[in-house]
Design a binder for this molecule. Structure first.
Ligand SMILES: [Zn+2]
Length: 136
């Protein structure tokens, strides 16, 4: 299976990181790490942006990070209109940062900068896979 099962809108069907969606379906949130220089990427990249190596491996995302900042979106790009309002945030996992949406079950008034969060898989009602930030 490729990327056709990822997110709200279709992406390239097959990429060198198609395994990402299979992993999400298995409940695993993994990024890629460069075997040459150790740079880590999430969402995964097939090639290292730091040293341009194609020698990449998979790693499991850290279980806990700190929410660095967040915002509530009242307007969304095409395809995401039904989701408004929704919250997006930046998580500092130490070795890498993640920009993603926060889980709907997290109420905005309960979201605090500095809180412990994690990233988990998300399955939309139509079966599409993605990931989201939630409480650690
Ligand atoms: Zn590298």
């Amino acid at each position: 299976m490729g990327f056709e099962k990822f997110g709200r809108k279709s992406f390239t069907g097959v990429t060198k990181t198609s395994k990402f969606v299979d992993l999400l379906t298995e409940g695993k949130v993994e990024g890629t790490v460069c075997k040459k220089c150790g740079a880590k990427y999430f969402p995964p990249r097939a090639d290292c942006a730091s040293c341009l190596s194609k020698d990449m491996d998979w790693f499991e995302m850290p279980k806990k990070g700190k929410l660095e900042t967040f915002t509530v979106a009242s307007y969304a790009p095409f395809g995401f209109e039904k989701d408004c309002p929704y919250t997006m945030g930046v998580v500092d996992f130490g070795e890498l940062k993640l920009f993603a949406r926060l889980a709907k079950e997290l109420k905005t008034e309960d979201v605090k900068v500095g809180m412990d969060v994690t990233v988990k898989t998300l399955q939309y009602e139509d079966g599409q896979m993605s990931f989201e930030i939630t409480k650690a």
